[in-house]
Design a protein around this ligand. Structure first.
Ligand SMILES: [Zn+2]
Length: 121
């Protein structure tokens, strides 16, 4: 378990949610530390926006095979960028890990199926 500095008194405490600082009584909240909060927000937005963006992009380019090929390449890059693998350190709980991996796997499974059908029609 990583240690963080208590935001109230700089005492070293566990980064786990609900940890109470023995020095001042501050309780560690869900988003402790500015760096992780920003990353978390960014990742959360990415994991919601990217599947929709990819879906729209694939749909719009689907009548044109060459455009669709470009869209597929862009999609693969975006899928990699929004992968929970790159944001491992922001997850506090196993639930979050499972939650984000489920979203990612589900949306990408759908998009890959869609691409497969489009390329084989
Ligand atoms: Zn403290």
């Amino acid at each position: 378990m990583p240690l963080i500095k208590c935001p109230e008194c700089d005492y070293e405490i566990l980064a786990r949610i609900g940890t109470i600082c023995p020095n001042c009584g501050h309780t560690v909240s869900y988003f402790e530390g500015d760096k992780n909060r920003k990353r978390y927000g960014k990742f959360f937005a990415l994991s919601l926006i990217i599947p929709f963006f990819s879906f729209a992009m694939i749909l719009l380019t689907s009548p044109f095979k060459s455009a669709l090929t470009v869209a597929t390449v862009v999609y693969v890059i975006l899928a990699y960028m929004s992968s929970p693998l790159r944001y491992k350190e922001i997850f506090f709980t196993t639930f979050e890990k499972i939650f984000f991996w489920s979203i990612w796997l589900l949306s990408n499974a759908l998009l890959v199926t869609m691409l497969y059908n489009l390329f084989n029609k």
